[in-house]
Design a protein around this ligand. Structure first.
Ligand SMILES: Oc1ccc(F)cc1Nc1nc(-c2ccncc2)cs1
Length: 343
């Protein structure tokens, strides 16, 4: 079809060292081709696809310190340093993730990060703005979210009040519902990958560095994310489904409520054997929690994925639990609350 011809032409053009404004579906084939390229690219080749018109390539190039400038370092994302950047001609601000040292090396780059992510459009998922390769390294661009990560908020507050934990869990589950519909598994759901608006009212998921596409009946086994948040079926190397992200979101609930990751107060690394053999960490649910909140975490920490609540089922429970505690009332930065101590 003319559409696929156009996509191929764009992908080939991208290979000849062009950074072009394109659409999400152009990213996959481009990176697939780049991955399979036999000969190492010639020096200084700069190519890729940008998905936002305010990221403006000049003479088909988009380079740091030329077409865009780094304003400040934000944090170490999965496989890369995250920077706050500004486009030189549009002065539009965005974020970039560049691997270590300074670039994501192509051989470690998983093009599934961009192809899964670019297929998503939801207010609960941070927008991907494109991916650009320079020689054998890749830089990813995404929407700049000014409130920083949920992990940073937890660290600054020690732990979060129950209503605020439920408030963010609700938005993460809405993101998981969106992913589930598109058969995408994030596989690294945790507070570090949840970004907040500056007023703390909106939360959105980012960092699809571990994401995988599920097959037609929603299954696939693959690499791992953050050990403390890994589901039992994942550690057992069994095929896993969208339910694995639900388990991780409830580990994130425990992180918000206790100020520390689950398992780590009771066990030493490696945790995978404990996650496989020990009962789910429901004993870490703070006794001060309402019964609704405790029910949410129990339903999401069922070891058997077939018995575990789906994102939609858990979302309904969270919405009810949040209503039962009177909705969101705590301030974004309340008094510091000491994280839960050692067992
Ligand atoms: O996968 C990416 C692709 C492109 C990016 F620009 C960033 C990420 N990943 C992450 N970004 C953050 C973060 C962003 C902004 N402020 C605080 C943290 C945490 S993980």
């Amino acid at each position: 079809s003319s559409e696929s011809m156009e996509v191929q032409q764009l992908a080939v053009a991208a290979l000849r060292g062009h950074v072009s404004l394109g659409e999400a579906q152009h990213i996959g084939p481009f990176f697939q081709k780049v991955k399979s390229e036999e000969s190492l690219p010639k020096e200084g080749c700069n190519e890729g696809v940008l998905l936002h018109e305010d990221l403006t390539p000049v003479d088909s190039e988009y380079r740091e310190n030329k077409e865009y400038k780094i304003c400040r370092h934000l944090q170490n994302g999965a496989f890369g340093e995250v920077y706050h950047c500004r486009d030189q001609s549009s002065v539009f601000e965005f974020c970039s993730k560049e691997g270590k040292p300074h670039w994501i090396s192509l051989d470690r780059f998983r093009w599934e990060e961009v192809s899964s992510w670019s297929a998503l459009s939801s207010p609960r998922i941070v927008q991907l703005f494109g991916a650009v390769r320079e020689d054998s390294f890749v830089t990813l661009f995404m929407e700049h979210i000014s409130g920083g990560s949920l992990a940073r908020l937890i660290k600054d507050n020690g732990r979060l009040p129950e209503d605020r934990a439920l408030f963010y869990q609700e938005q993460v589950l809405e993101a998981l519902e969106h992913l589930q519909k598109r058969r995408i598994l994030h596989k690294d759901i945790k507070a570090d990958n949840v970004l907040l608006s500056s007023d703390g009212q909106k939360a959105a998921l980012c960092d699809f560095g571990h994401s995988v596409k599920l097959d037609a009946n929603g299954f696939r086994e693959d690499l791992q994310g953050t050990e403390t948040h890994m589901a039992p079926e994942l550690v057992n190397g069994e095929a896993c489904s969208a339910k694995a992200d639900v388990w991780s979101s409830c580990c994130m609930m425990l992180h918000m409520l206790n100020g520390c990751h689950p398992w780590t107060r009771y066990y030493k690394h490696p945790l995978v054997l404990k996650i496989a053999n020990e009962p789910p960490p429901v004993k870490e649910i703070p006794p001060s929690c309402s019964s609704g909140t405790a029910d949410v975490i129990r339903a999401g920490l069922e070891k058997d994925p077939t018995k575990r609540a789906s994102a939609g089922e858990l979302l309904a429970k969270v919405t009810e639990a949040l209503r039962d505690v009177g909705g969101l009332r705590s301030p974004l930065h309340g008094p510091y609350q000491e994280p839960a101590g050692p067992a």
